[in-house]
Design a protein. Structure first.
Length: 336
C-alpha cells in the first residue's frame, strides 16, 4: 500500500505505470505553439454532434479510443475509469462512460481533475482493485461559456485577467505492468480561498492552493525544486503563475527556473487573443499527455511534478456572490 508521509502526501510503495496516453484538441488549440504535440486536432467544434455538451462527450470518446489503441486494449479491459469535466453533474463524462461500460468514478475537481483522476486511479491500481485503470478529463470552450458566463451570441467583453477555456481532452491508462513512466507519489490538495469573487480572475484564486500543495509535497519528501525537471501547474495563466511564484518566494522557495504552466503554454497570447492564457480541465490534461509525458518517455525529463489547479465555484455560487474556493492536487511522475 502507499506510504503515508504527512497530511495528504503519500509515496507509492508498489509500482504503478502509465501504460498509454492520448490527447485531442480543438482548432484554436491546434493553432497554438503545442499544436503538433496533440494526437489529433479536430476542426469541427461540434465533433459531429448536435450540441456543445454532446460534442464534449464525443471529445472524451475520441481521446479514450486513441489511448486504448496505443495500449492495445479495449474498453472492456478497463477495470476502473476516473473521469470528470466542467459541465453540471459531470455529464460529459457520465455520457461518455455510458458508451463504454467501464466501472466509473465521476470526479469533480474543476481544472484539477486530471491530477485528481491520476491519484485515484493510481492508488486503486496499487491496491489491486484494478489491473488497468483510466484517468480521463476534458473541457469545451462553448459548453463552459454557456454554463459559467454568457451565451456566446451575447458578445460580452472579456476582462484582461480572463482565460480561454480549452477545447481539449487527455486520457491516461495506468497498470502494474512496467512501461517506463512511473507514478511515484502525490499530494491531495486542501481548499484555499483568497476571497476573490471575480469569475474572470481564476488564476489568482487558484494560486494559493497550488502554492500550499507544492510546499507540502516538497517538505514531506525532503526535496527541493531543483530535484525536478519541471514543476507543472495546470492553468494558472499569466497572472496566477506570477502570484504563485511570489507566494512561494515569500516562503523561501523559488520554483521559477523549473515552473511551467499549461495555460501559458497552450496558446500564443500575442496572436491568439487569449488574454491570460488557457484554462479548463482539458488544458492541463492535454498538455500533460501531449507535451510532458512524451518528454518523460523520450528521456528529455526524468522527474515531473504535475500540480493541476481547480476553481471550485458553481454557476449558482457565483450568482450569489460567493468567493471562489480553489484546490490543487499533485502527482509525481518519473522514469522507472
Amino acid at each position: 500500500m502507499a506510504e503515508f508521509l504527512s497530511k495528504g502526501v503519500f509515496r507509492m510503495s508498489a509500482p504503478v505505470y502509465i501504460n498509454a496516453y492520448a490527447s485531442v484538441a480543438g482548432e484554436k488549440e491546434g493553432q497554438g505553439p503545442l499544436g503538433s504535440c496533440f494526437d489529433r486536432v479536430v476542426t469541427d467544434s461540434h465533433f459531429g454532434r448536435d450540441t456543445w455538451e454532446q460534442a464534449e462527450t464525443q471529445l472524451q470518446l475520441d481521446t479514450l479510443s486513441l489511448a486504448l489503441g496505443k495500449a492495445g486494449l479495449s474498453a472492456e479491459d478497463i477495470d476502473l475509469a476516473c473521469a470528470g469535466d466542467l459541465e453540471n453533474q459531470c455529464i460529459a463524462s457520465a455520457y461518455s462512460m455510458r458508451e463504454t461500460g467501464c466501472p466509473f468514478l465521476g470526479l469533480y475537481g474543476a481544472c484539477s481533475t486530471m491530477a485528481e483522476g491520476l491519484i485515484t486511479a493510481a492508488l486503486m491500481t496499487e491496491a489491486g482493485i484494478a489491473e488497468h485503470s483510466l484517468a480521463l478529463t476534458s473541457s469545451h470552450f462553448s459548453a463552459a461559456e454557456r454554463q459559467f458566463r454568457f451565451p456566446l451570441s451575447y458578445g460580452g467583453q472579456r476582462t484582461p485577467t480572463a482565460q480561454w477555456t480549452c477545447t481539449a481532452a487527455g486520457a491516461v491508462i495506468l497498470s502494474r505492468s512496467s512501461c517506463g513512466i512511473r507514478v511515484k507519489g502525490g499530494c491531495i490538495g486542501t481548499v484555499a480561498d483568497l476571497g476573490i469573487t471575480d469569475i474572470n480572475n481564476m488564476g489568482s484564486a487558484m494560486a494559493p492552493a497550488a502554492a500550499d500543495t507544492i510546499l507540502r509535497y516538497l517538505s514531506a519528501t525532503g526535496t527541493a525544486p531543483e530535484d525536478y525537471d519541471f514543476i507543472v501547474t495546470g492553468d494558472l495563466g499569466i497572472v496566477g503563475s506570477s502570484l504563485l511564484n511570489d507566494i512561494l518566494l515569500k516562503q523561501g522557495t523559488d520554483i521559477s527556473s523549473v515552473h511551467r504552466d499549461c495555460g501559458m503554454m497552450i496558446f500564443d497570447g500575442s496572436s491568439q487573443d487569449t488574454h491570460c492564457g488557457g484554462s479548463g480541465c482539458g488544458c492541463g490534461a492535454s498538455v500533460l499527455c501531449g507535451y510532458f509525458l512524451p518528454a518523460l518517455e523520450r528521456g528529455d525529463a526524468g522527474n515531473i511534478l504535475f500540480a493541476a489547479t481547480g476553481a471550485l465555484m458553481s454557476p449558482l455560487s457565483v450568482q450569489q456572490g460567493s468567493s471562489i474556493p480553489a484546490i490543487s492536487h499533485l502527482i509525481h511522475l518519473g522514469k522507472d
